[in-house]
Write a protein that binds this ligand. Structure first.
Ligand SMILES: [Fe+2]
Ligand SMILES: [Fe+2]
Length: 203
């Protein structure tokens, strides 16, 4: 059974890359002239996605890497996540009508892009070398834990995903990823709280 799950889920490194892509897509939907309500929805969506992603890396991926290759990057990865968490706290304390909200959002985007670039150019290729035989198993573990974390935050998630909908009614980026995780973990109750599945488009 475990072997079957491992074969059905993406490797841990590809799963991390997908999360990064979804978060970056959400970042790029945000513009200074975006409506405040949509700005708030995008910010809330990206914050939850980053919190879940950081926790998954810290619980599952980083320990596996540290056991094999404790590099300089591994030393600074958790402090960089902590910096992202501080920026999230700052962003949540602001209102989307304020100019400071844009500044805080772009500061968060900057910190995340820097961290993601390091992970994608240094950490993930190293993992694919040194953890080659564990990538599927770690991916399955991460998928399972993701469902638990997404389910626990379903309420706040539904609101922010709905607010971050584009004019055409589509949910892109991290919102789509989170909504898909929530729908999967709440197959019966999902319709009451989340956008209809036909409005969720994954990129
Ligand atoms: Fe990270
Ligand atoms: Fe990451």
């Amino acid at each position: 059974m475990n072997e079957l799950i491992s074969r059905m889920t993406p490797s841990v490194t590809n799963m991390i890359r997908m999360d990064h892509t979804h978060v970056l897509t959400t970042f790029h939907q945000y513009h200074v002239d975006t409506a405040p309500r949509v700005k708030k929805g995008l910010a809330d969506t990206v914050c939850v996605a980053l919190e879940i992603h950081s926790q998954l890396e810290e619980e599952i991926f980083y320990p596996a890497m540290r056991a094999i290759a404790d590099s300089d990057f591994m030393q600074k990865s958790v402090p960089e996540h902590d910096q992202v968490r501080r920026l999230i706290t700052q962003l949540r304390s602001l209102r989307p009508e304020e100019a400071a909200f844009d500044e805080a959002f772009f500061q968060l985007m900057n910190a995340v892009m820097h961290h993601v670039a390091d992970e994608e150019t240094l950490l993930l290729p190293t993992a694919e070398r040194v953890l080659a035989d564990r990538l599927g198993e770690l991916g399955a573990e991460m998928a399972k834990r993701r469902l638990q974390l997404t389910a626990a935050r379903g309420g706040e998630l539904a609101g922010s995903v709905a607010r971050s909908m584009t004019a055409g009614g589509m949910v892109l980026g991290a919102g789509a990823l989170l909504a898909a995780g929530y729908l999967f973990s709440h197959p019966r109750g999902a319709g009451r709280h989340t956008p209809r599945p036909d409005t969720v488009e994954s990129h």
